[in-house]
Design a protein around this ligand. Structure first.
Ligand code: KG4
Ligand code: ZN
Length: 338
């Protein structure tokens, strides 16, 4: 099945042409061509994503991105055109939807046109690991991005249940906000990681919110506020930044890892999938890899570039959506969930 996927939910305009095969038992994806046009530079001066700027940039970038993959598309039969319909910024989502409709009508009228769920894209991005993954079920999936922090239990390739999520800020949002407090540029996650590399993660004891609660929910706004109070009470010198970044990162990673491992125990899981933008974080990847090794679980993470927003993961989610006979309507839904 040849899928042309479009992703415009936030600040990346992404298109991908992917060949999917293998069915539900062993889905495989061959990327024929992929384009990701990042808007980071446009939003950076504002310290975060500005929805109307994102919409304008998608409008500008979509035809340019399509031109870049057009040569790979030429002469090939396209079976499916899919586009992210949520969650995300609605003005941005609508740009992608309108573009997909137009492309479908003018260029691929014979293809199936369907919507895709961005979070399913992140969830299924474990299928885009470096080595072909061989997941053992049940599996625990930790999906950590700028907008979401979700734990799911997956019984099979197509059946999952959300068991926990954040009650306030997403973990990526907390990284971005703490980075802003430390006067590091947007997006803050990679900047915190970089600063933390030369810092002492035990320098400041930040709280681990909800760590000992019985449920699998998260809360990151209290952690963010304790960093704020720490900065207020101890105005930092530039040389203090690495220690604060490392201590914050340690607290955030600690909660994510311990709750994931608690879920592994509760559901007797045999695999862990980690995905979403924050899955690019080295400390989180290393800790989960070590815990998995100790418990003989298979730990599966997508190739680094498939952690942050991209259209290849949207193609993967679309393939699974079609296999389980699902179909999302072509209507932007900013708060769509897993
Ligand atoms: O999945 P994603 O690209 O977009 C959303 O769907 O939200 O995730 C973006 C988030 C941002 O909050 C960014 O700061 C965070 O992922 N991020 C990281 C790292 N790289 C990206 N957070 C921590 N460490 C990183 N290395
Ligand atoms: Zn995302």
């Amino acid at each position: 099945m040849r899928i042309l996927a479009i992703e415009t939910s936030c600040d990346e305009t992404a298109l991908a042409l992917v060949e999917a095969s293998g069915g539900i038992r062993a889905p495989k994806f061959k990327v024929l061509k992929e384009v990701v046009a990042s808007q980071i530079e446009v939003h950076r001066p504002w310290g975060g994503v500005v929805p109307n700027l994102a919409k304008r940039e998608h409008e500008k970038n979509l035809p340019v991105a399509y031109k870049k993959i057009a040569s790979a598309v030429r002469g090939k039969k396209i079976d499916v055109v899919s586009v992210t319909v949520g969650p995300g910024l609605e003005p941005a989502l609508w740009m992608g939807i309108e573009f997909a409709k137009d492309l479908h009508q003018k260029v691929f009228p014979m293809a199936k046109l369907i919507g895709a769920n961005h979070m399913e894209g992140h969830l299924y991005s474990f299928l885009l690991a470096e080595k072909a993954p061989k997941p053992a079920w049940p599996a625990i999936g930790l999906v950590v991005s700028g907008g979401h922090t979700i734990l799911v239990v997956m019984k099979s390739m197509t059946s999952w249940k959300k068991i926990g999520e954040t009650r306030d800020d997403a973990v990526g949002e907390a990284f971005d906000k703490v980075a802003k407090m430390l006067r590091l540029p947007y997006p803050g996650g990679p900047e915190i990681q970089k600063a933390a590399q030369v810092g002492n993660s035990n320098a400041i004891k930040f709280p681990r919110p909800m760590l000992h609660d019985k449920n699998f929910d998260f809360s990151f706004s209290g952690l963010k506020t304790s960093v704020l109070y720490h900065l207020r009470d101890n105005p930092p010198k530039p040389r203090d930044i690495p220690d604060i970044a490392a201590s914050f990162q340690e607290a955030a990673v600690d909660v994510l890892v311990k709750k994931t491992m608690k879920a592994v125990e509760t559901y007797r899981a045999k695999s862990i999938f980690l995905s979403g933008g924050v899955a690019a974080n080295g400390a989180l990847r290393t800790r989960l890899a070590l815990e998995s090794e100790a418990k003989k679980l298979s730990f599966i993470v997508p190739k680094l570039s498939f952690n942050t927003d991209n259209a290849v993961m949207i193609a993967a989610a679309t393939y699974l959506e079609i296999l389980r006979k699902g179909s999302y309507p072509l209507r932007a839904d900013g708060t769509m969930s897993l």
